[in-house]
Design a protein around this ligand. Sequence first.
Ligand code: GDP
Length: 199
Amino acid sequence: ARIKHADFVKSSSRAKDCPKDDRPEFAIIGRSNVGKSSLINALVRQDIALTSKKPGKTQLINHFLINKSWYIVDLPGYGFAHASESARMDWSSFTKGYFQNRDTLVAVLLLVDASIPPQQIDLDCANWLGRNNIGMTFVFTKCDKTKGGKGSRPADNIKQFQELIKTCYREPPPWIMTSSVTGLGRDELLLHMSQLRNF
Ligand code: GDP
């Protein structure tokens, strides 16, 4: 499951502009600031994803080709604190277009910040994916933070999130705890993705 090559391929502003290719891909999504760019960089061990972009800027789908055989796809973050209603609608029609048209999508990695209590927007996103039968894995980020902003611990936040999601799924999706700071979960996530690709 090692990553030997990671190449940025292209940024697409529309789902139909994505690379025409039959290689499998994993889409990575999550709330803005969840740690998506950090996780992608930690996975590929390169500063390939741009961190700290300004929220609300042009929304792009970024394709990274891994080991010349599969893709990691960076989708725009959702849930900007100050995003307007129209920006939020843009996010959903844009990303839904991607999800509904991408036959090579193996699974979505839904990033969830383990350093804060469960957020409704993440539950909404998980429910939408579930209703649309899109395979997903919860990737909890920032698990190194022993004390979250609101005094909550990652293990408790994750447990609460799992409880809330239980009502929506007969089989809860797989989940992995990660930290881009300590490298926790990196190998597990790479192994998980290689197993999913071979199904
Ligand atoms: P993005 O907006 O989802 O791409 O998030 P970024 O990767 O830019 O990270 C947002 C903030 O969270 C930055 O200040 C990062 O340094 C911090 N961050 C990201 N991942 C981790 C992590 O695993 N642990 C800790 N403690 N902080 C993280």
